[in-house]
Write a protein that binds this ligand. Structure first.
Ligand code: FES
Length: 185
């Protein structure tokens, strides 16, 4: 008659059937949770074919000056923009003490290829994808990218010029295979 046995009638320290059932139920719930969680976590891992796309080649030839494209690399958007001479000069002429995350433009491009800027297109605030690659997109006051989520703005070097983003857009690993082709990753 365990149901009739109230806890107040059980001597202190004595384990009741109800306590035992509660322990068993708790343990089962944990096992069950683990059994459900593992397939879920496992399904979130990249599949083998996605991992195989560890690098992506991009043909730069079709990208006109002043325009950019977005390619996907390892599940992330990567911005590739063909900068104009004016945009390059503006990026190079900035005083570093005006920057939130000071970095010279020359550290953000490959030597001899200043017309190409390659960036991971994920805002460093909370991870939105900034606008600025489509011809109709707003590019913000510094002509780079504008994040519509909370208003961060990036210049033509992908450096943050207006917060709340705390840092410049990251640069993925990439190399020039020739003058019109890069390999990202
Ligand atoms: S995520 Fe870009 S400004 Fe907040």
């Amino acid at each position: 008659m365990a149901e009739a046995l109230s806890t107040s009638t059980v001597p202190h320290g004595e384990t009741t059937k109800r306590d035992f059932l509660a322990l068993v139920t708790g343990a089962s719930a944990l096992v069950g949770l683990g059994a459900i969680a593992w397939p879920l976590i496992d399904s979130m891992n990249p599949s083998k074919d996605v991992l195989a796309l560890g690098s992506v080649e991009v043909n730069l030839a079709p990208i006109p000056e002043g325009q950019g494209i977005t390619v996907m690399w390892r599940g992330k958007p990567v911005f590739v923009r063909h900068r104009t001479a004016k945009e390059i000069k503006e990026a190079e002429d900035v005083q570093l003490n005006q920057l939130i995350d000071p970095q010279p433009d020359s550290d953000r491009v490959k030597p001899g290829h200043a017309q190409w800027i390659v960036l991971i297109g994920i805002c460093t605030h909370l991870g939105c994808v900034p606008l600025g690659n489509k011809p109709t997109d707003p590019r913000g006051n510094w002509g780079g990218w504008f994040c519509p989520c909370h208003g961060s703005q990036y210049d033509t070097s992908g450096r943050v010029r207006h917060g709340p983003a705390p840092a410049n857009l990251a640069i993925p690993p990439y190399t020039f295979l020739d003058n019109t082709k890069i390999k990202i990753g």
